[in-house]
Write a protein that binds this ligand. Structure first.
Ligand SMILES: Cc1ncc(COP(=O)(O)O)c(C=O)c1O
Length: 400
C-alpha cells in the first residue's frame, strides 16, 4: 500500500446529531468523580510558544496525558468512569453519589459481591480497566491482539489482571472477549460500541471528557481555531468533538480534524465514502500507532463525528514518528512532552502541514493561517519504551 497523507472534508447540513451527553454539565459531573481519586491531578497543558513561532501560527497547545493517574495514557478516565457508572446503576444510585472512597469501601464491595471485568485492548484501555478493578478489589481479564508489546502486557499484569496476547487482530479480539464475557457471566467493558452494545461505551466516552474539560479550563475558555484528535475506533474523538461542539456551539466551535494511521483508517474511509454505512479495515493493521490500530468504527462515536467534525485525515507512520521527535525535543524553553506513537500523531501532522510546501492546498482547506490557535492531545507517553527509543534515538521512520 502506498503510504501518503490523504484528507477529506465533510459538510454539515440539516439537523445535527445530539451532543447533550457531552455537555458542560455532563463533563463537570465526570470530572467531579475523577477528582475524588486520591491520585487525581490535572494533566499539564504544554504551551509550545517557540514551536508555534517557528511553524508560523499564533499558538500550539498540547495536553499531556502521560501524567494521567500514573498510567502514562488518558484511557483510565474512560475505564474508571464506566465501571463506576455500571456500579451506580447496579446499586440504583446516581454516579454523583459514588466517590472513590465510597466505591472502594468494604460495604459497597459486600453489596456487589465479586465481579470480573473483561475487555480487549491494544494496551492503554486494558491498563485502565485493570487499574480500576485493582482499586476496587475486583478481578479483570484482559485480551490483547497479536503483536502487542510485551511491555504493555506486563504493565497490565502488574496491576493484578489476568492478561494474555491472542492470535487475533484487534477487532477479532474484541469479539473473543465478548464471547468470554457471555460464557463466564463476566462484565464486558469495551471501549467501542456497535448496534445493541452502547451503554458501557457511552459511559467510557463520557469519562474521556475530563481531559477536554481540563484543557478548556486551562485555556480559560479562550476560543481556539483548530483542534486535532487522533482516532482508533473514534470513541475518544467522538466524545471530545461532542464536548467542544457543545461548549462552544456548532457555529462558533473550532475546526475539528480527525487523524488516523493509513493502515487502520476506518473513520477516514467512512467519511470519504459518506454513504451512510460504516467502512472497515480488515487484516493485520501493523501501524506503529498501536492504540489506533482498530478497523471498525465505534457507532456512537461516528454518529457525533459525522455531524460535528470537519476534516478526516489518514497519515503514514512517519508522521507519528515526527510528532514524537518534535515533542520530545522542545525548542528553547518550551516544555518537553514525552509522547508515544498514538499520542504524537496529531502534533506530527500539524508540524508537517505547516512545514511541507506541497501541503499548501490542504493547509488552505483546513483554514490554517498565522492567526491559528491550535490544540492537540498527546494521549499517551512512552507506553512502549523500547519502540520509543528506536524511533526517537535511532531515527526509524524518517519523513523523507
Ligand atoms: C494513546 C491512544 N490515543 C488514542 C486512542 C484512540 O481512541 P479511540 O479508539 O477511542 O479512537 C487510543 C485507543 O486505544 C489510544 O490508546
Amino acid at each position: 500500500m502506498q503510504e501518503t497523507i490523504k484528507a477529506v472534508h465533510l459538510d454539515h447540513q440539516g439537523t445535527l446529531s445530539d451532543t447533550s451527553s457531552f455537555s458542560l454539565a455532563a463533563a463537570q459531573k465526570v470530572q467531579a468523580f475523577h477528582q475524588s481519586f486520591p491520585d487525581y491531578q490535572e494533566t499539564p497543558l504544554a504551551d509550545l510558544k517557540n514551536l508555534a513561532a517557528c511553524l508560523g501560527v499564533k499558538r500550539i497547545h498540547v495536553k499531556d496525558e502521560s501524567y494521567r493517574f500514573g498510567l502514562n495514557a488518558f484511557k483510565g478516565l474512560g475505564g474508571s468512569f464506566c465501571i463506576a457508572s455500571y456500579i451506580a446503576k447496579k446499586l440504583g444510585v446516581d454516579i454523583s453519589e459514588l466517590s472513590y472512597e465510597k466505591i472502594t469501601s468494604p460495604a459497597i464491595k459486600e453489596k456487589l459481591g465479586p465481579l470480573t471485568f473483561v475487555t480487549a485492548t491494544d494496551g492503554n484501555h486494558g491498563r485502565g480497566i485493570a487499574w480500576t478493578a485493582n482499586r476496587l478489589g475486583q478481578k479483570a481479564v484482559i485480551y490483547m491482539p497479536k503483536g502487542s508489546a510485551e511491555e504493555r502486557l506486563h504493565n497490565i499484569r502488574k496491576l493484578g489482571a489476568e492478561a494474555s496476547i491472542t492470535d487475533l487482530n484487534y477487532d477479532d479480539t474484541v469479539r473473543f472477549a465478548a464471547k468470554q464475557a457471555e460464557a463466564n457471566g463476566w462484565v464486558f467493558v469495551q471501549d467501542t460500541a456497535w448496534d445493541g452494545y452502547t451503554e458501557i461505551p457511552g459511559w467510557i466516552m463520557q469519562g474521556y471528557m475530563t481531559m477536554a474539560y481540563e484543557a478548556y479550563q486551562q485555556l480559560q475558555h479562550e476560543p481556539l481555531t483548530h483542534i486535532f484528535l487522533q482516532a482508533g475506533v473514534g470513541a475518544m474523538s467522538g466524545a471530545l468533538t461532542g464536548f467542544f461542539s457543545s461548549v462552544y456551539g456548532d457555529d462558533k466551535r473550532p475546526i475539528i480534524t480527525i487523524v488516523e494511521p493509513n493502515k487502520a483508517d476506518c473513520i477516514y474511509r467512512t467519511a470519504a465514502a459518506n454513504d451512510g454505512t460504516l467502512h472497515v479495515v480488515k487484516g493485520d493493521m501493523d501501524s506503529i500507532m498501536a492504540g489506533l490500530c482498530c478497523g471498525e468504527p465505534c457507532t456512537i462515536g461516528w454518529d457525533i463525528l459525522k455531524d460535528h467534525a470537519d476534516h478526516f485525515v489518514s497519515v503514514p507512520d512517519w508522521v507519528a514518528a515526527k510528532g514524537m521527535r518534535v515533542l520530545g525535543n522542545p525548542m528553547g524553553d518550551d516544555p518537553r512532552v514525552i509522547s508515544g506513537e498514538s499520542g504524537a500523531v496529531t502534533t506530527g501532522f500539524v508540524a508537517e502541514l505547516l512545514q511541507n510546501p506541497s501541503l499548501r492546498e490542504l493547509r488552505e482547506q483546513l483554514q490554517i493561517t498565522e492567526q491559528s490557535d491550535i490544540l492537540c492531545f498527546s494521549t499517551e507517553g512512552d507506553t512502549d519504551k523500547e519502540n520509543y527509543r528506536r524511533i526517537v534515538w535511532d531515527g526509524l521512520f524518517p519523513s523523507f
